[in-house]
Design a protein around this ligand. Structure first.
Ligand code: ADP
Length: 484
């Protein structure tokens, strides 16, 4: 079978540049798809850390004018990934984050920075690099979503296009009068173009013009096709019908492997779960929690933002602590939430421990040591934390939304009787429902054989990329067939 060639276009890629789960997915897809006879090259912006990672790269295309300055495309293999890098120093070679400058605000030229990424992606898709003509261009989130629009308005026949929504909350919204400068005719400011509630939206361009649209879980796909959760895109998503679907993310099961994890106090697997208790003891020490092995130890690894619902946890803390439960929180984000958790440590010493910051090693220890990992998100496109928790035998307690609903089997009567439960779900996302779920978890925790069965079920769940890789491969084939 001939190999399929895919150009993936994204604003971040693990392990080179990451602000969230998007990078994990973009970094994992090439390996997952290689097994399916699909070769993926990924086009990313030449931010400073990216340029550092591809020293010695070859120039494969020179670009005279990339919105106000010269640029070029570099090709390199870095961290096992085939990369194409848009080196346009006036847009990307600066000190700061991919989207936000040192002053904490969005870069003022973000429209041009990501239009440049997308326009270059469209050019490469149309064959601008010699001997590299992709069959498919796969674009991720608003930063890459103009690719299908540039291809559409060019009027020429291009490659098939696939757009993946990792988070609908980011629409890439800008002023309509930018259209000509971005290389579009004013006519693109239309309902069946880029228009979005008096603005233009890069994300909408992808949803409008990509041959296929995916998002990162089947339940999130259903949710965002409703007016309640669709952020104004639901009508368009419904209109795209069967060309819109959900494919779950996986995790890297080499990075997340309790049998070989260098960050944890004791390695273990599903057949040796007892060894896990050494990690629980290490986690208590790390978070200055009282040595109380009979207490249920709840862990959190999360961005601290409204989406993640951790204000609900703060709200229920007095009840939570009153039930003898302990809490270890690793997270960073919104100042009021950071402050709230810091205050909780002072209010409940030995019962609540908090580490404010982003730390891979501590994240692994929380997963390996916590009895429960709590994910009370108000919305969650897929979620990776609960997948790590499954793999580490930390029972996920999750809000029944998006990918959380799709990946955790709730310990209801029938699931327990059938011996298939892997965690607990609660709804709606309120502090009362969260509290009830933790009461349920405590009751199950006290029944060791049932709890250990759930831990084994969790650890035996396939959270790798294998299944999702073949679903993307099928989707690509469908997109290609329809594009013939
Ligand atoms: P999102 O992309 O919305 O932040 P996901 O659950 O999809 O949420 O992915 C977040 C990833 O980042 C997970 O792998 C999680 O373990 C990790 N993570 C989040 N916060 C931290 C932190 N403070 N320290 C270490 N890892 C974190």
């Amino acid at each position: 079978m001939a190999r399929t060639r895919v150009l993936s276009v994204a604003s971040e890629i693990y392990p080179i540049i990451k602000t969230g789960g998007l990078a994990d997915v973009v970094g994992a897809l090439p390996n997952a798809l290689a097994r399916e006879s699909i070769d993926v090259s990924t086009l990313v912006p030449g931010y400073r850390p990216v340029l550092d990672a591809v020293q010695g790269a070859t120039t494969v295309l020179v670009l005279d004018d990339v919105f106000g300055g010269p640029g070029r495309i570099l090709a390199a293999n870095a961290a096992g990934l085939d990369l194409l890098v848009l080196d346009a120093p006036h847009l990307f070679d600066r000190f700061g984050g991919p989207y936000i400058g040192p002053d904490g605000n969005d870069w003022p030229d973000n429209a041009f920075r990501f239009a440049a990424l997308a326009r270059t992606g469209a050019q490469i898709g149309a064959g601008a690099i010699e001997n590299f003509r992709p069959d498919i261009v796969h674009v991720h989130d608003w930063q890459a979503a103009l690719v299908p629009a540039y291809l559409h308005y060019s009027g020429r026949r291009g490659p098939a296009t696939v757009m993946t929504i990792h988070n609908l909350a980011f629409a890439g919204r800008f002023a309509p009068d930018l259209l000509p400068a971005l290389g579009f005719s004013p006519a693109a400011y239309a309902v069946d173009g880029l228009e979005y509630y008096g603005s233009i939206s890069f994300l909408k361009a992808g949803l409008q013009f990509a041959d296929r649209i995916t998002t990162v879980s089947p339940t999130y796909a259903l949710e965002i096709a409703t007016p309640e959760h669709g952020m104004g895109f639901d009508g368009l998503l419904r209109a795209r019908g069967a060309r819109f679907s959900g494919i779950l993310n996986g995790i890297d099961d080499d990075v997340w492997d309790p049998a070989r994890d260098p960050y944890i106090a004791a390695t273990y697997d599903a057949a040796r779960i007892a060894a896990r208790s050494r990690n629980t003891a290490a986690l208590r020490r790390r978070f200055a929690l009282a040595e109380d092995p009979t207490a249920l130890l709840v862990g959190v690894v999360s961005r601290l933002s409204w989406q993640k619902g951790l204000d609900l946890l703060l709200e229920t803390l007095p009840r939570f602590v009153g039930r003898g439960i302990q809490l270890a929180v690793l997270g960073a984000g919104d100042a009021p939430l950071e402050g709230g958790f810091a205050a909780a440590v002072a209010a409940y010493p030995g019962r609540v421990g908090v580490y404010i910051g982003y730390d891979e090693a501590v994240a692994h220890l929380v997963q390996a040591g916590a009895d429960v990992v709590l994910v009370p998100s108000r919305f969650e496109p897929c979620g990776l934390t609960q997948l790590c928790a499954l793999r580490y035998g930390a029972i996920p307690v999750v809000a029944r939304v998006g990918g959380l609903a799709d990946t955790i089997i709730d310990a209801n009567e029938m699931a327990l009787a059938a011996g298939v439960a892997t965690g607990l779900q609660f709804a709606p996302p309120t502090s009362d429902a969260l509290d009830s779920a933790l009461v349920r978890a405590s009751v199950l925790f006290a029944q060791r054989p049932i709890w250990e069965r759930m831990q084994r079920n969790a650890m035996n769940t396939d959270v790798s990329w294998t299944r999702s890789g073949s679903q993307y491969a099928r989707l690509y084939r469908a997109a290609l067939d329809a594009h013939e």
